[in-house]
Design a protein around this ligand. Structure first.
Ligand code: NAD
Ligand code: MG
Length: 400
């Protein structure tokens, strides 16, 4: 009997989004099968997935890790091709057996595999927001050309997607034409420090910064949430996904993380998507769209919800959000510079090389000093990215 299940490649399968995706697929194994898995260097994590799901390909970014994985695969007699490096990630992303590709690698490292999957017209479930921040214009125009569906997994964008009337007509994000949209409103939890007016931002430790109050996520996005750069990256991501200018994308702080985002129409209607803060909801939505599948997520108990609060963002305590709006308005290479400098600064903070408040200093330093350009190819983008990373490293080494 032929296997009619949808083939899903998971890029970044050992991470937080990767694991949530595997959970959703496991609950719906009559509909989905895993065709490829990738990771940076977590050999045991990938090996376990190979044993359990028998993907065709497993890719490690790291060559040494790939060798270790290959030995284990051989000794256990598993039938899985092991590949490595960026080419390996691309091979896993573009496999003929993949119908859907979950782009869940963290940071700029996810760009090339996701972009190559777009080029060959796969259905992309996009978690890797940095790819779109770096190269939104090229990414989305390539999706239009190839016919690749790009469906947002980021909870806010998935909520906006669900709140758009065109989605009810079965239109994917590359075909959206909701003319009556006045603005979209992205909600932000505010992260662990929003309500701690007394917090001394120069003394925050990595452990405090990664302890998000509502969501369990990888360390980079957790720090981004604490600085609110995450919301800034999401504003840029939303601009590309929904073809909206910065002036039509607002942010409100909503500490309970129940309303995941909203669309306001010109007739005054506001349509929102609500749910418990659990990434399995947007993953399941994007996976099954336009159908629905079980995600294992608890029902919302409205009677236990005491209050839903909404506040204006505090731009002076959280300058990263303003930096992202500035990068978006400037356009061209600026969002790439913002993202690259932020990745370097967050990594330095996590290694205790700079203070929490210096993350914004590094990002604004790079944005102020790097010359604005207008990349019109992925190679151009990668050059800007690499230059901005080198500059940000210098700032870090020189105490910002
Ligand atoms: P994570 O750190 O938990 O996992 C990252 C994954 O990427 C791991 O599997 C890791 O092995 C892999 N990886 C890292 N570097 C790599 C490289 N150079 N080459 C190949 N693979 C590499 O991160 P996460 O929290 O799952 O986030 C993944 C992406 O999804 C990020 O872009 C993040 O912004 C986005 N996102 C995450 C959440 C969330 O709740 N975690 C929500 C929305 C969006
Ligand atoms: Mg988000």
């Amino acid at each position: 009997m032929s296997d009619c299940r949808v083939g899903v490649a998971i890029l970044g399968a050992t991470g937080s989004i990767g694991k949530s995706t595997i959970d959703v697929i496991s609950r719906n194994s009559d509909k989905y099968k895993i065709t490829a898995v990738t990771a940076n260097r977590n050999v045991n994590g990938i090996l376990e997935l190979c044993r359990q799901f028998k993907p065709h390909v497993a890719a490690m970014a790291d060559e040494f890790a790939a060798k270790q994985l290959q030995q284990q695969i051989n000794s256990e007699g598993l039938n899985c091709e092991v590949v490595c490096g960026v080419n390996g990630q691309v091979k896993a992303a573009t496999l003929p057996q993949n119908d859907t590709v979950v782009a869940a690698i963290v940071g700029g490292a996810g760009l090339i595999p996701a972009y190559e999957a777009v080029k060959v017209g796969k259905k992309i479930l996009l978690a890797n927001k940095e790819a779109l921040v770096m190269t939104g214009e090229l990414f989305m125009s390539e999706a239009h050309r190839s016919g690749a569906q790009v469906l947002p997994v980021d909870s806010e964008h998935n909520a906006v997607f669900q709140s758009l009337s065109s989605v009810a007509k079965g239109k994917n994000v590359t075909e959206i034409d909701d003319k009556g949209v006045k603005r979209i409103i992205l909600t932000a939890s505010g992260g662990p420090f929003y309500n701690r007016e007394d917090a001394d931002f120069s003394k925050i430790t990595p452990e405090e910064a990664v302890a998000h109050p509502n969501w369990s996520m990888g360390s980079k996005i957790s720090v981004d949430s604490a600085t609110m750069m995450n919301k800034g990256l999401e504003v840029i991501e939303a601009g590309w996904l929904f073809d909206l200018p910065a002036s039509k994308i607002d942010v409100v702080i909503h500490p309970q993380s129940i309303v995941h985002s909203m669309v306001e129409y010109i007739d005054g209607s506001v349509v929102a998507q609500l749910g418990n803060p659990d990434m399995r909801t947007p993953i399941a939505h994007a996976l099954a769209w336009p159908q629905r599948v079980d995600a294992g997520v608890e029902s919302l108990d409205f009677c236990k919800m005491t209050e839903l609060q909404f506040f204006e963002p505090d731009n002076s305590r959280f300058p990263c959000l303003g930096l992202a709006y500035r990068a978006m308005k400037n356009g061209g290479s600026m969002p790439t510079v913002l993202n690259a400098a932020n990745e370097i600064a967050v990594a330095a903070f996590l290694q205790r090389g700079i203070r929490f408040d210096q993350i914004a200093t590094v990002v604004s330093g790079a944005m102020n000093s790097m010359e604005q350009s207008h990349p019109d190819s992925i190679d151009d983008v990668l050059r800007v990215d690499s230059d901005a990373r080198s500059y940000a490293k210098l700032l870090v080494e020189n105490g910002c």
